[in-house]
Write a protein that binds this ligand. Structure first.
Ligand code: SF4
Length: 190
């Protein structure tokens, strides 16, 4: 068994924050030692928890449209790795909406996985939790609209329907950032 296979097995067996997970642990991620594109997302929703497939929902459809790639390409683990900030469904907030990714998860697992994915050339940080963890404080909009401030990384909003209003207010995301992102992703995945 390779070191990455061993790490995957350990992560899939993780129960660290089981007392906080209303549906129990079910870590969802996609990794390989050859992936050149890494997507760091938020946390599974109930649909992703049920299927065990990352971004297998409307948000995933929107993200694939942003990237200009098919489902087949998106789920080709040899080329694309997907690590959420929290691998398991975190439940709901009392006031509605999904709870934040469990804070234990990224500090426990991310550095270990990144060390075993040496071919990464481009990282997409998707949503405010990934942006804050990897880029530090600052507004989501500022991070997204200044891709040259963090080479090798694109900052993206979480691709939920709630982002539609933000996109309307920030048209350069559609007219400038997304074409650039699609070109970089296409060149990387050729
Ligand atoms: S969210 Fe992460 S740290 Fe918590 S049980 Fe799942 S895999 Fe383990």
């Amino acid at each position: 068994m390779t070191p990455l296979q061993t790490l995957k097995r350990r992560a899939h067996a993780c129960t660290l924050c089981a007392p906080h997970l209303p549906l129990g642990p079910r870590p969802v991620f996609q990794v390989s030692s050859t992936a050149r594109l890494l997507i760091i997302g938020q946390a599974p929703g109930t649909k992703v928890h049920a299927s065990g497939i990352p971004f297998n929902d409307a948000s995933g459809d929107r993200l694939r449209a942003w990237l200009g790639i098919s489902r087949a390409t998106f789920y080709d683990a040899a080329r694309i790795a997907i690590l959420p900030m929290g691998f398991c469904y975190p439940g709901r907030l009392p006031q509605g909406g999904d709870a934040p990714p469990r804070p234990e998860c990224a500090p426990l697992w991310h550095a270990q996985f990144l060390a075993l994915m040496p071919q990464r050339q481009l990282t997409l940080l998707v949503g405010s939790y990934a942006l804050r963890y990897y880029l530090g404080p600052g507004s989501m909009t500022a991070h997204v609209l200044t891709p040259d401030a963090h080479p090798g990384t694109f900052a993206l909003p979480h691709p939920s329907w709630r982002t539609l209003g933000w996109e309307a207010k920030n048209p350069s995301f559609t007219t400038e950032i997304l074409p650039r992102l699609r070109a970089d992703v296409a060149a990387l995945l050729e």
